[in-house]
Design a protein around this ligand. Structure first.
Ligand code: NAD
Ligand code: DAU
Length: 332
């Protein structure tokens, strides 16, 4: 049994990871989460109290972080400001949490010689042309586009520097777009599902041709556990499930699953600097650490996700109006 400190464990992917760890291991989890607009303790409801502690606090609070890290065998770092559209509106919290917060954690794991796993994104690599035969690999140069992705790139580089300069025992993973339960309705898939459930039309940025490489959050969790268990210190692993789809196809699949005409969506103002395509080559993780995703096909995972939002309106309804008011103010 290990004691894991999971930052951002009340967010989308962090909470899926906590559920996965409790269901698949005997590890004890302490969640450190600030409960920003994106955090929701209800995402951890029903988990056994003897396996989970919850601490509300900021990863940039050095004293709090030091105490929690000293009691942990490993830190899994999910906490971040995660939404590109918000970073275009107000970049400052992205610097505070993604850069200073990660620095604060790195200094604590350095002091206590604690194993550290840093969760990052494929967006650090910039974007690809639609017809580019290449996908991102661990050797692709960093080329982030947005305030969000540039702060994630900066946090990755801090981790690499702390490994090399101070001998911190860290690994990094860069994952593609996640979908699944407990994702905030600001994000693409839950926004469109909940729009249709409320009788509103999905909103596609630009022409809807942008491509994202979808992976179920539970597969992301199993990959992170694999890296924690077998990953080589100092290494970076790309996580992906060969799930490339353009946004228009995803919206059409949601509408069809919910019994609506496939063309019942609106084209809205595009995101400034909108990355065209992400695509992950996860060969290293699969061949060196033996990981494989469980959700073989996107359509099955999407249907389960739609069912989750239909059954859990009480989880998302309280934040839906505020989220839509923000988008409406930008013509989106
Ligand atoms: P999210 O926005 O749903 O959750 C972020 C969580 O972090 C929230 O619970 C929030 O309260 C918490 N948090 C924010 N600032 C904090 C602070 N200063 N101190 C403590 N807690 C704080 O994000 P997500 O989509 O679950 O993403 C989690 C991680 O995974 C991020 O690091 C993100 O960059 C990375 N990632 C996300 C995706 C994706 O598709 N969503 C893909 C690849 C990587
Ligand atoms: O690639 C990993 C990244 O995926 C993570 O690092 C980020 O934290 C996560 O938010 C996600 O970033 P994206 O910007 O790709 O996700 P988002 O859900 O915001 O948008 C997905 C695509 O859908 C993108 O091309 C923009 C488009 N979109 C989004 C919204 C909210 C729309 O067309 N309409 C919308 O209403």
């Amino acid at each position: 049994m290990a004691r894991l400190l999971v930052t951002g464990g009340a967010g989308f992917i962090g909470s899926n990871f906590v559920h996965h760890v409790i269901g698949h291991t005997d590890h004890h989890v302490t969640v450190l989460d600030k409960l920003t607009y994106a955090g929701n303790q209800a995402s951890l409801a029903g988990l056994p109290a003897d396996r989970l502690d919850f601490v509300q606090g900021d990863i940039a609070d050095a004293e709090l972080v030091d105490g929690l890290v000293s009691a942990a065998d490993a830190v899994v770092h999910y906490a971040a400001e995660s939404h590109n559209d918000n970073s275009l509106n107000d970049p400052r919290p992205f610097l505070d949490t993604n850069i200073i917060g990660t620095y604060t954690l790195l200094e604590a794991v350095r002091r206590h010689s604690t194993r550290f796993h840093h969760i990052s994104t494929d967006e650090v690599y910039g974007d690809l042309e639609l017809d580019d035969p290449q996908r991102f690999t661990e050797n692709t140069p960093y080329n982030p586009s947005s305030p969000y992705s540039s702060t994630k790139a900066g946090s990755d580089l801090l981790v690499r520097a702390w490994v090399r300069s101070f001998g911190v025992e860290a690994t990094i993973s860069n994952c593609s777009n996640n979908y699944g339960p407990y994702q905030h309705v600001e994000k693409f898939i839950p926004r469109q599902i909940t729009n249709v459930l409320r009788g509103d039309r999905p909103k596609l940025y630009g022409t809807g041709e942008n491509v994202r490489d979808w992976i179920h959050a539970d597969d992301h969790s199993s990959a992170v556990l694999t890296i924690l268990d077998k990953g080589v210190i100092g290494e970076t692993y790309l996580i992906g499930a060969d799930g490339e789809k353009n946004n228009k196809d995803v919206v059409e699949a949601i509408l069809t699953e919910l019994g609506q005409p496939a063309d019942a969506y609106d084209l809205v103002t595009d995101r400034p600097g909108h990355d065209l395509r992400y695509a992950i080559d996860s060969t290293k993780l699969r061949t060196e650490l033996g990981w494989a995703p469980s959700y073989g096909d996107f359509e099955t995972g999407l249907a389960a996700t739609i069912a989750w939002y239909r059954d859990n309106e009480a989880w998302w309804a309280p934040v839906k109006d505020t989220t839509e008011a923000f988008y409406a103010s930008k013509g989106q």
